[in-house]
Ligand binder design. Sequence first.
Ligand SMILES: CC(C)(COP(=O)(O)OP(=O)(O)OC[C@H]1O[C@@H](n2cnc3c(N)ncnc32)[C@H](O)[C@@H]1OP(=O)(O)O)[C@@H](O)C(=O)NCCC(=O)NCCS
Length: 191
Amino acid sequence: MPPLIDSTLPHKPVHFSSTTITELMIPSYANFGGKIHGGILLSLMDKVAYVCAAKHAGNYCVTASIDTVNFLQPVEVGELVSLMASVNYVGKTSLVVGIRVISENVKANVVKHTNTSYFTMVAKDENNQPVEVPALLLETHEQVRRFEEARRRKLEKQMHQAQAKSIKAGFDLEYCRKNLDGERCVISLKD
Ligand SMILES: CC(C)(COP(=O)(O)OP(=O)(O)OC[C@H]1O[C@@H](n2cnc3c(N)ncnc32)[C@H](O)[C@@H]1OP(=O)(O)O)[C@@H](O)C(=O)NCCC(=O)NCCS
């Protein structure tokens, strides 16, 4: 249990909102192949991201975006899935929650890392408007590294979005035809 912290402070340490959820994977979570549905894991990740973000923000939060979900290994019925979430980065009204997911077979004493993802959450006020969140107190080298990595990911995403916008605005069929040569598609336009 972390020590009690005055939640009205202008900044909060990472441990104030760090959250772990552990859930047993029951048969109704499985797909036709007998493995756990990716959607079940996504739902649990969204849940832990919300808890972590809302604790830091001291407000209701919504999920704005999710960065990269790679399912590294399948999860089996009967395993215990633990989701460890902490605030990695804080903007003005948004914050990034990093989530590490592991799955444990307690009988075989095997622990698998199944995925790591980053959820951007936005704090909302009672009028459903984005509201400022407290700054993040960084107390370890790892926390500083995570903050900087998240800041860079945010900048790269903004650059990528600007590029995508300019490609859309300057769509050139002949350029695409050349670029798509060798790809597994057939261009047969009907418009
Ligand atoms: C996400 C949302 C709050 C953004 O609202 P907005 O009025 O566009 O707000 P702003 O443009 O002022 O952005 C607010 C913050 O969100 C961030 N943000 C907005 N869209 C984002 C996105 N797609 N990815 C990451 N961050 C995003 C902005 O960078 C900004 O951060 P900052 O204040 O730390 O600089 C709004 O679009 C929303 O409520 N979406 C629905 C969310 C929801 O229902 N989620 C559940 C999933 S179904």
